[in-house]
Design a protein around this ligand. Sequence first.
Ligand code: UD1
Length: 366
Amino acid sequence: MKRTIVFTGGGSAGHVTANLALMARLREEEDWEIHYIGSKRGIERRLVDDFQQARYHVVATGKLRRYFALANITDVFKLLVGIVQAALHIFRIKPNVVFSLGGFVAVPVVIGAKWNGVPVVILEPDLNPGLANRISRRFARIMCTTFKGTVGNDRCADGKLVHVGPIVREELKYGSRARGIYACGFDSNKPVLLVMGGSQGADRINRIVRESLPKLLVSFQVVHICGHGKMDSAIRPDRRYMQLEYAHNELPDLLAMADLVVSRAGSGAIHELLLLRKPMLLIPHANGGSRLGQTANAQSFRDAGYAELLNEEGMTSQAFLEAVENAYLKRRSFVDRMKNTDMGDAAGKVIDLIRTAAGVRKGRGL
Ligand SMILES: CC(=O)N[C@H]1[C@@H](OP(=O)(O)OP(=O)(O)OC[C@H]2O[C@@H](n3ccc(=O)[nH]c3=O)[C@H](O)[C@@H]2O)O[C@H](CO)[C@@H](O)[C@@H]1O
């Protein structure tokens, strides 16, 4: 019998990409009807539409802030509308299970599932859970964690907290250094630095990288993923520097050719870099709120010996250049530490938990 699942999660790519990996696996292994509930214009819509594996349904979303803003008033209203819309979608779809990867768009869907009596499984990507998942876990049957040490595990509704590890997209493993070098027009004998400011780009990192370019380009060739609308057309074309807004199918090749990666410390990105054994310089998001989660992620990677950590607050181009140099000097020890890490099969474990929550026994009824 065909089973039905609703995925949700969005607001930034980090709350979508693991869903794409799970959807691909469910499609490949079993006969599931797959739906996705997300916002009208969020990045989740673009990524899920490109993926062409799920029917997409829209709900209104209100951003969850922990500071005063006038938009909070309209956003509470949007959140309530979103809950009703999500409940109606779920009532019509009648899924066996709902899976949430967090982000503020997921909250109405999780509550809508609860109203319909549909079991919810959530995955927390960060070491310190974000606000959306701290709300969602009260309605969830199972909360999966990416990090072993994820805190606040006492408040998942049914008390079920399972460490599964990171879910990483399979296709990232098949990049080619030669293809990346060719596509960028780089010299294969000179080291490559890849800069990824998170899925939305990072203004401060962009500025510091651009200020540092004259010195950086003495030792490195640089691929700079800047974020949508954040390219700088004033930079003169240079065979050692390439900027792009967002990497889609080319990402595996860019990662394969990188000798060092400067990155935000979003859970998705850093676990991908860990899987690919890429030495990292991590610059976590400095702002407060849920993004403090990035600092905890980055500290855990530094403590594990995988990465150099640079704080964004007060960062100068001098400090940035020194951190790049330090990380590059330590790159072999980072790679050695990463080689000793077993990433496991998190997607497989999550799919087992999804089956359990949906009341499906492995190998039966599908
Ligand atoms: C500012 C913010 O809210 N950040 C959060 C967000 O980060 P963000 O959305 O940046 O998340 P992640 O680093 O987790 O994931 C980014 C994903 O986008 C992909 N990618 C990125 C750039 C690109 O050009 N192409 C591409 O495909 C990466 O390969 C990765 O799979 O979600 C993460 C997961 O909950 C959190 O840890 C971060 O704190």
